[in-house]
Design a protein around this ligand. Structure first.
Ligand code: AMP
Length: 140
């Protein structure tokens, strides 16, 4: 399996298509999922190419996990969450649809259920949620 540099997250990384970014460091970016399954649904990706966890280097994994932890803490604050769910899919059989490594970070509340997959979010609400996350990062 080879990396396709025309995948949608590669285009987001090159700013060829828009995204609602909430965080960036030297090695990773985090942006809002356009089909959020909870209020705080963030995707974390490495800046360098890899399809998924199976071809990622230890350095890519370490950089991504560092940002996943930071986003998890920010979501707990931003949404007064009770917990965090991580999702990460590898290859089509594993449920992956976009072939650039990414982790889903989802804010959860006691007793809630994740929204249905594949449903476009309201961009105004997504932007408001992104503002809350950015503000929470500054407070960490
Ligand atoms: P998966 O590869 O199964 O983890 O699914 C890809 C995820 O990317 C889904 O949750 C989509 O809602 C999300 N997604 C697809 N296109 C975009 C985009 N342009 N901006 C943000 N999220 C996206």
């Amino acid at each position: 399996m080879t990396y396709d540099s025309d995948n949608i997250f590669a285009k987001i990384l090159r700013d060829e298509i828009p995204s609602t970014r909430v965080y960036e460091d030297a090695d990773t970016i985090a942006f809002m999922d356009i089909m959020p399954r909870s209020d705080g649904h963030v995707l974390v990706v490495p800046k360098t190419p890899c399809r998924n966890m199976l071809d990622a280097t230890a350095e890519q994994m370490a950089a991504v996990m560092k940002t996943v932890q930071l986003m998890s803490r920010a979501l707990m604050v931003a949404f007064e969450a009770d917990g965090i769910t991580l999702q990460q899919f590898n290859e089509t059989a594993g449920g992956q649809e976009v072939f650039h490594l990414h982790f889903h970070v989802l804010a959860r509340h006691e007793g809630d259920r994740l929204g249905a997959p594949g449903k476009m979010g309201d961009q105004v609400v997504i932007s408001q949620n992104a503002d809350k996350i950015r503000a929470s990062i500054l407070d960490l």
